[in-house]
Design a protein around this ligand. Structure first.
Ligand SMILES: NC(=O)c1ccc[n+]([C@@H]2O[C@H](COP(=O)([O-])OP(=O)(O)OC[C@H]3O[C@@H](n4cnc5c(N)ncnc54)[C@H](O)[C@@H]3O)[C@@H](O)[C@H]2O)c1
Length: 328
């Protein structure tokens, strides 16, 4: 017996017009399900065929009313852009939770980009000051862009964006792409990291994840009540920033498991006892976010985001008649 899988390309996903707000709501629903214990989500596992490169496998089942299952295979290869390839590539598979039979395969780069920005937006929803007007983006690549889109949702009064990247051309392109999305805002090109970070109300770091991190942003540069979001594991944020802070991770199990492997979150990063909450607990209403004081998050990216975002894409593509049916 032959089965059909719906193949959904990156171009087709773009045509669906899915908004950041929709992805944030989906990601928040997934967080809450995990927080209530209504799912199965082992920490992501990976292989590393080159230094600082990864191929991760991220399976997840979300139960309850959601009842969706699947797995993402995603690669991150920092040398790729110099070769003309994207840094992040991959495929996302959705399975029928009753039979396990694959129902859809789609581009995982879009899923990864948007759900990651959305997760920052959900954290900002629960921990940010809604009156925030300025944000600093360090690393103005794909994540810089989607994180800014999410901050626009979380902070409607946003009117200033400070940008830093090791390549000024990257900042210029970022501003060209993003200014039309936020026409009233002032975009500031910062030529040094310290200028970008000082006085930031919200700081988001989106630099490459590396095995030997520089953690070049120290506590002394950061305002006491700055909301700090590390999208790039422990690459950019010095451990002092999270010391005595209200520290949140996206998923306690995955953070602790990754720390135990001995590569990331070593040398002074929060230990299991230092985690105030994970985002599952926050979104399920088991714990409350705080909106002032020293606070920050490490958002590593979890598989529930992928399942929720891919399900949104699959449902929308099915309704729109987009995608190609491929026989297995
Ligand atoms: N947490 C998650 O869920 C998640 C998901 C996707 C990507 N990521 C991570 O986010 C990071 C960014 O991914 P991306 O897709 O935006 O990559 P990208 O290549 O599109 O952008 C990275 C940007 O960082 C800049 N950069 C490099 N080193 C820098 C430094 N020291 N200081 C400032 N800028 C620097 C680069 O010039 C580039 O513009 C990567 O570490 C990636 O692994 C995390």
């Amino acid at each position: 017996m032959a089965y059909e899988v719906l193949w959904i390309s990156a171009k087709e996903i773009d045509q669906l017009g899915i908004t950041m707000l929709e992805v944030m709501n989906a990601v928040e629903t997934g967080f809450a399900a995990i927080g209530r214990g209504e799912g199965e989500m082992p920490a992501k596992i990976g292989i590393h065929s080159r230094e600082d490169c990864f191929i991760h496998a991220m399976p997840c089942y979300l139960g309850g009313d959601i009842d969706r299952a699947g797995v993402k295979c995603v690669s991150g290869y920092p040398p790729n852009p110099a070769k003309g390839h994207p840094y992040i590539t991959g495929i996302m598979l959705l399975n029928d939770p009753d039979t396990g039979i694959p129902v859809a395969v789609m581009d995982a780069a879009w899923v990864t980009a948007w759900r990651t920005g959305a997760a920052s937006g959900v954290y900002a929803r629960h921990f940010g000051n809604p009156d925030t007007t300025s944000v600093t983006i360090v690393g103005t690549g794909v994540q810089g862009r989607v994180n800014l889109l999410a901050m626009m949702e979380a902070f409607p009064k946003l009117n200033k964006v400070r940008c830093f990247d090791i390549f000024e051309s990257s900042i210029e392109k970022f501003i060209t792409d993003m200014q039309p999305q936020l026409p009233e805002a002032t975009f500031v090109t910062c030529t040094d990291l310290e200028t970008a970070v000082r006085d930031a109300d919200v700081l988001i770091t989106c630099t490459p994840i590396v095995e030997t991190p520089e953690r070049s942003i120290p506590q002394s540069w950061v305002k006491e009540d700055c909301l700090v979001i590390a999208v790039d594991y422990d690459s950019a944020i010095h451990e002092d920033i999270f010391k005595d802070a209200n520290f949140t991770c996206d998923n306690r199990n995955q953070y602790v498991w990754t720390q135990e492997q001995g590569t990331y979150f070593q040398n002074g990063y929060p230990l299991p006892a230092d985690i105030n909450a994970d985002m599952g607990e926050i979104c399920a209403g088991i714990k409350q976010g705080v909106r002032e004081g020293k606070r920050g998050a490490v958002l590593m990216g979890i598989a529930s985001h992928d399942i929720m975002t891919a399900s949104l894409i699959y449902d929308r593509a099915t309704t729109a008649g987009l995608g190609t049916k491929v026989e297995l």
